[in-house]
Design a protein around this ligand. Structure first.
Ligand code: NOJ
Length: 596
């Protein structure tokens, strides 16, 4: 980190409370990052061998997707032991080594924290399912079959709620004749946070990791931890199906009822997060980061979660912009989206969070398709330019930018031929469900090709060799064929690469307080392709203008345009402009001007 004085003997004690406002986070999906032992699956030792890449890019924090013990039904988001590393990824000693390596390089490690649910293989669930009288029975949500029905038969589920993975949210457990609740796969039962013992166990585990040296947590679907799951009908209610008013998201509300009103932002969510803050973070020195993943969150809720005075979360991942292309049938019901839709949404969050809340800035992660394919243009003609344009738009917003592995190289969506080319449980369930509904397999596959999570999970492209330098073995998911041209080796030393553009954006954040603390003013509200905003702080101003289209000759009619056109050009993805009295942008051109 740039703020750290070299002479400080206790570097982890002096951090300002909101150090993360000036930071950039890089997400590593360990399974796909770097394989050190040739088993075809990335591991911690592999990450340790590739830290030069992160240092070169200039990021401050590594967010590590789960490496805990897990049956891997959901690639580690199904945890069976929170306090151990899965042998696929290495050992606790490897993780200690990674923490030490990162700290030596002035970087931090944020772990994924998946405590809305466990794996069904976790000892807690095994005990809970063993009998209705087990002391841990109440650690999960168990309910009897719908009155008048026999458990296990179609329609006997306690409610009609759908899970995010195209199934009922309830699975029958014949052992005790009851159903348990799961918002994701049936092997991911939901923990019951109403039970104080559950909360105590989670806080103890978090403190154990912080004592071990990790610097914070990315909290998986943390706005789901408070739920309203009444004991019996009529209070235990079905969700609403279909309809224009439903919130877009991953649930298929054509087949299932929407559980949203019962499981999202429940009545005690703020109380639980404040308690967690008191029990885990408040008693420790500054220098930690906690970021909540919060699907279906409005700006108003985002403010509640991130207002520092409320001591809940430092920032949230909101989902509005990644739900723009979902229709009423859920994630796989793909609907068109324009660049205006994207910018309108991002701007609403910029304006709404204002000076009180704090945004996580992201366009991609392990759950989303590649951002250059979704929001940019991954054709050979526009891939590089559009990836840089999107990064420029995003990084100079108010908030903390997150770079998902490979996005700094403009890795793109993958031409999966059929479902057997993919591994993701979400895609497989969705495909099966689509075929059961009688959908054309080609249409189902088209949606998966566009939105499937494996687009982001193919191995990291380090070089042009076989398997892209990811493994010497056989990769768990095929490397994307474009690795021969799109790879780190080709980009890190090239000043015109997408990688170098990201490096410059990160540098700018580190050097310019206006990027970190400046106010945000949206410009060009009515324009179709050219988007822009102003950041200002103490008389210093940055103007960001971006053409989010392949159309040439787009004039950015910002106020005071002739003066801006002759101001200092700090960053551009298309070289020096020809004109100095107007701002006219070429296809996917982005410029950043500075004055004051
Ligand atoms: C969100 C995670 O990011 C995703 O990968 C996972 O499948 C679900 N939560 C369930 O943990």
């Amino acid at each position: 980190m740039t703020q750290q004085p070299e002479s400080d003997p206790t570097p982890r004690d002096w951090w300002p409370r909101d150090w993360w406002k000036a930071a950039v986070v890089y997400q590593v999906y360990p399974r796909s990052f770097a394989d050190s032992n040739g088993d075809g699956i990335g591991d911690i030792a592999g990450i340790r061998q590739r830290l030069d890449h992160l240092e070169r890019l200039g990021v401050d924090v590594l967010w590590l997707s789960p490496v805990y013990r897990s049956p891997m039904d959901d690639n580690g988001y199904d945890i069976s032991d929170y306090q151990d590393v899965d042998p696929l990824f290495g050992t606790l000693a490897d993780l200690d080594g990674l923490i030490a390596d990162l700290h030596d390089r002035g970087m931090k490690l944020v772990m994924d924290l998946v405590v809305n649910h466990t794996s069904s293989a976790h000892a807690w669930f095994q005990e809970s399912r063993s009998s209705k009288d087990d002391p841990k029975r109440d650690w999960y949500w168990w309910r009897p079959p719908r009155p008048g029905h026999t458990g296990g038969e179609p329609g006997a589920e306690p409610t009609n709620w759908g899970s995010a993975f195209s199934e009922s949210a309830w699975t029958f457990d014949p052992g005790t004749g009851e159903y348990y609740l799961h918002m994701f796969a049936s092997s991911q039962p939901e923990l019951n946070w109403e039970n104080p013992e559950v909360r105590r166990a989670v806080y103890a585990m978090m403190n154990w990791w912080l004592d071990r040296g990790v610097d914070g947590f990315r909290m998986d679907v943390i706005n789901l931890i408070s739920k309203v799951v009444h004991d019996d009908p009529p209070d235990l209610r079905d969700g609403v199906k279909g309809g224009p008013d439903r919130q877009a998201g991953p649930i298929d509300t054509v087949r299932f009822g929407d559980p949203g009103p019962y499981v999202l932002h429940g009545p005690r969510v703020h109380e639980f997060l404040q308690e967690m803050h008191r029990e885990v973070f408040a008693r420790r020195p500054a220098g930690l980061l906690n970021v909540g993943e919060t699907p279906a969150t409005t700006v108003e809720q985002g403010l509640l979660y991130t207002d520092p005075a409320r001591a809940e979360l430092d920032m949230v991942f909101q989902f509005e912009h990644v739900d723009l292309d979902s229709g009423p049938g859920g994630k796989w019901d793909v609907v068109p989206m324009t660049s205006r839709d994207l910018v309108d949404s991002l701007a609403r969050w910029q304006e709404g969070m204002g000076e009180v809340g704090w945004n996580s800035l992201y366009l991609g992660n392990h759950d989303q398709p590649r951002c250059v394919s979704r929001f940019g243009d991954d054709s050979p003609e526009h891939r590089v330019r559009s990836a840089k344009a999107l990064a420029t738009l995003l990084h100079l917003h108010r908030g903390t930018p997150y770079i998902y592995q490979g996005d700094e190289l403009a890795m793109a969506n993958v031409p999966f031929r059929d479902i057997n080319d993919t591994r993701d449980i979400e895609s497989h369930n969705a495909y099966r469900a689509a075929l059961t509904r009688g959908q054309d397999p080609d249409l189902a596959m088209a949606a998966i090709r566009y939105k499937g999570r494996d687009n982001a999970r193919t191995p990291m492209q380090w070089d042009a060799t076989e398997h892209a330098g990811f493994t010497t073995g056989s990769p768990w998911l095929e490397v994307s064929p474009d690795h021969v041209t799109v790879n780190a080796a080709a980009q890190v030393d090239d000043p015109d690469s997408v990688f170098s553009h990201h490096r410059r954006l990160i540098e700018l954040r580190h050097q310019e307080p206006v990027v970190v603390h400046g106010s945000y003013t949206r410009l060009l509200r009515d324009s179709e392709h050219v988007h822009g905003y102003l950041r200002s702080l103490d008389g210093r101003e940055l103007l960001v203008v971006v053409n989010l289209s392949g159309t040439d000759g787009q004039e950015a009619g910002v106020p005071d345009a002739p003066a801006w056109a002759s101001a200092e050009l700090v960053l551009s993805n298309a070289g020096e402009p020809a004109e100095r009295d107007r701002i006219v942008l070429g296809p996917w051109e982005a410029r950043v001007y500075r004055r004051g």
